[in-house]
Write a protein that binds this ligand. Structure first.
Ligand SMILES: C[S@@+](CC[C@H](N)C(=O)[O-])C[C@H]1O[C@@H](n2cnc3c(N)ncnc32)[C@H](O)[C@@H]1O
Length: 217
């Protein structure tokens, strides 16, 4: 777990390409249905877990262009963002609540935030040890727990890939994993998956999980 090679993950390389931030902010989630899907899923996940966002401090790890900032703010949370890519942070980098940093070595104290959110990042971590490292860091800085998304291998899009009906992303592509593997990675650092939330699996591979930190203060 303390392998220095894991201290800097290579997962952010493609997000440092010039123009990536403006493409993500303007074109990646172009329709209203697409843009609101993750914020709604996240809110429903936390509501279902009985987690109140009003007044809670939230660290959004791999926050990118800060897409989740407004929806979380509307729910009463105090949002903070961290991303490895200055290109993705864009002009938001001047905001003291957004910091450039690395998921594998978060520059915050233990339990510094009530909750940690990590959306659309973990499927970029191919190596299980990188996932374990990330899980350990996300849990470390959270007081209550972590809400994250990942790609579920037991989903229709992934089955289509296995059947050769959908393009495989190759050895450097994004990775889907079983729910049990995600749960195991967090369990190693004292996290317990309390709930998963997904749209029907034949529609979407992206699944959200709420992971409680055991023995939280
Ligand atoms: C698909 S974007 C998701 C952005 C945001 N969470 C959202 O849902 O809109 C992935 C983001 O994760 C960031 N990222 C990837 N690996 C990272 C790492 N090791 N440390 C910090 N940020 C990372 C990238 O720079 C990129 O902004």
């Amino acid at each position: 777990m303390n392998d220095p090679r894991l201290l800097s993950l290579d997962s952010s390389a493609k997000w440092r390409v010039p123009g990536r931030g403006s493409w993500y902010a303007d074109a990646r989630f172009a329709t209203a249905a697409h843009a609101t899907r993750d914020p709604r899923a996240l809110a429903a996940l936390l509501r279902g877990a009985g987690i109140a966002l009003a007044g809670a401090s939230v660290l959004d790890v791999g926050c990118g262009t800060g897409r989740l900032r407004a929806p979380l703010h509307e729910l009463g949370a105090v949002w903070h963002g961290l991303d490895a890519s200055r290109e993705m942070l864009g002009s938001g980098a001047a905001d003291p609540r957004r910091v450039q940093g690395e998921l594998a070595a978060l520059p915050f104290a233990d339990s510094a935030f009530d909750l940690v959110v990590c959306c659309r990042v973990l499927h970029h971590l191919r190596d299980p040890h990188q996932l374990e490292r990330a899980a350990s860091e996300l849990l470390r800085v959270a007081r209550l727990g972590v809400a994250c998304s990942f790609w579920d291998s037991a989903s229709w899009p992934q089955l289509r890939r296995r059947l050769g009906l959908k393009r495989d992303e190759g050895p450097a592509g994004r990775v889907a994993r079983p729910r049990a593997e995600l749960a195991r990675a967090f369990a190693l650092s004292g996290g317990r998956v309390a709930r998963f939330r997904a749209r029907p699996r034949w529609l979407d591979q992206q699944t959200f999980a709420w992971i409680e930190k055991e023995h939280h203060a």
